[in-house]
Design a protein around this ligand. Structure first.
Ligand code: PEP
Ligand code: CO
Length: 449
């Protein structure tokens, strides 16, 4: 029957019967439903063919034939939906992907945390501001960052605003990636001013020079424009706010399956991946490739059960398993997980951000560049020993010159964080820290290393 689900006992709304975590409580169900009804009638953000293409590419990442670079804001903000901010984010992700492609000698699959990354899970429901308990900020799609009780009330109208901001963002990304912005004939300025350490600077400049040389060589061979001037770029966000995700879900008769057409791929957060919970129920019914975040609290048996629920046919490229244990902690968890998962196909990705949150003496949330790199190294070594293939990496980053994470060649100190601390949620690598991270990961993962 057209419109029915090929997944047993599943409908786009079957999650509603199950316990759910990390959701806002709206004052009026009617107002929420009215907005969802409007959003449902609007066109999708993406085309199903793109999703299937991504799935095929991810299958290659699982085999070690290509590599995923996933990155962007922790929490996207409506106010950053503008030409400059979108361009800067795209630029850093493209530059990182070129560095990784050169170092790893593999195609890079670029996935932004962008065009819909507006909902955040939080560790507490309330926070104390100036002696008053107010609800926490849950992302621009839910409430305002402004710290007062009224602004923090969940407002369903924000769901519609999020839809239009996502559309506007993705439209501009498509214009940039197809219109020549990504043209490697004219590489966007590779800004290495931040590197004060001379040997490092020489090394990074050598890589950039070699990359540009390789491009000129390719051009002279006649491998023409298309490949170099237009790049593929996919979107992703955490599939957290299920009423919205349900509204973005459509049955696609040509594939006889339901797809979420709000992003090419979505991920399930570490806090909402309960096997008998609403999120896994929703995601087991959609055909998009899915990310699954796995932190220190996870039991490998649960992760296998979740993977089986999400991907009973064990399709390659369906699940991107993103480990995020924290520097020095992967050794305790990752080897067992890899061993337990030997018959469960996944793309193994590393998120070296979410296990590495620290607070400075003055209480600012930050992460250290060395911890981030440390977890990458530790995880790569574990995979090497286990014989598993690392297929991707996941960063929180921005193309702007923010001061949110400490360290890197730019030497950002705890005292300097307040200079340009912008994030509404987790601290991100800035332009120079992101580019440097790409150089270092590319060296660590080079086939010559
Ligand atoms: C995130 O990616 O922003 C996030 C909240 O991650 P995790 O679920 O791994 O904590
Ligand atoms: Co985050």
């Amino acid at each position: 029957m057209i419109g029915s689900s090929t997944v047993s006992n599943w409908t786009p709304e079957s999650w509603r019967k199950l316990p759910i975590k990390q959701q806002p409580v709206y004052e009026s169900e009617d107002k929420l439903n009215a907005v969802l009804g409007e959003v449902k009638k609007l066109p999708p953000l993406i085309f199903v063919g793109e999703v299937e293409r991504l799935k095929q590419q991810l299958a290659k990442a699982g085999n070690g034939e290509s590599f995923v670079l996933q990155g962007g804001d922790c929490a996207e903000r409506f106010q950053d939906c503008n030409r400059e901010a979108i361009m800067q984010k795209l630029k850093i992700i493209l530059q990182m992907s070129v560095v990784l492609c050169y170092g790893l000698r593999k195609p890079i699959i670029r996935i932004g945390r962008i065009a819909g990354q507006y909902a955040k899970p939080r560790s507490a429901d309330m926070e104390n501001v100036d002696g008053k308990d107010i609800p926490v900020y849950r992302g621009d799609i839910i409430n305002s960052f402004e710290a007062n009780a009224e602004a923090r009330k969940p407002d369903p109208q924000r769901i519609k605003q999020a839809y239009f901001h996502s559309i506007a963002t993705l439209n501009y990304i498509r214009a940039l990636t197809k219109g020549g912005f990504a043209d490697l004939h004219h590489p966007q300025s590779w800004d290495l001013k931040f590197v004060s350490n001379a040997p490092k600077k020489i090394e990074y400049e050598r890589i950039v020079h070699n990359i540009q040389d390789a491009i000129v060589f390719m051009e002279s061979l006649g491998s023409r424009e298309e490949k170099l001037s237009s790049v593929e770029f996919y979107t992703s966000h955490e599939g957290l706010l299920l009423p919205l995700e349900e509204a973005m879900t459509q049955y696609m008769p040509e594939y006889d399956a339901h797809y979420n057409l709000g992003a090419h791929t979505l991920w399930i957060g570490d806090r909402t991946r309960q096997l008998d919970g609403a999120h896994i129920e929703y995601f087991r019914g959609i055909a998009n490739p899915l990310g699954l975040k796995v932190g220190p609290s996870s039991d490998p048996r649960d992760i296998i059960a979740i993977c089986n629920a999400l991907n009973p046919k064990k399709d390659k490229g369906k699940i991107n398993l993103i480990s995020r244990y924290g520097n020095g902690k992967a050794g305790k968890h990752l080897p067992q997980l890899i061993e337990a998962m030997k018959d469960t196909p996944v793309v193994w990705s590393i998120d070296p951000m979410h296990g590495n949150a620290i607070k400075t003496e003055s209480g600012t949330k930050t992460r250290s560049f060395d911890d981030i790199l440390g977890e990458v190294k530790e995880s790569l070594n574990i995979h090497k020993t286990a014989g598993s293939k690392v297929g991707g990496i996941h960063f929180e980053l921005t193309g702007d010159d923010v001061t949110e994470c400490i360290g890197g060649s730019a030497g950002i100190t705890a005292e300097q964080l307040s200079r340009h601390y912008e994030t509404y949620c987790d601290p991100r690598l800035n332009y120079s820290q992101s580019l440097e991270m790409a150089f270092l990961v590319s060296q660590l993962m080079s086939p010559k290393a």
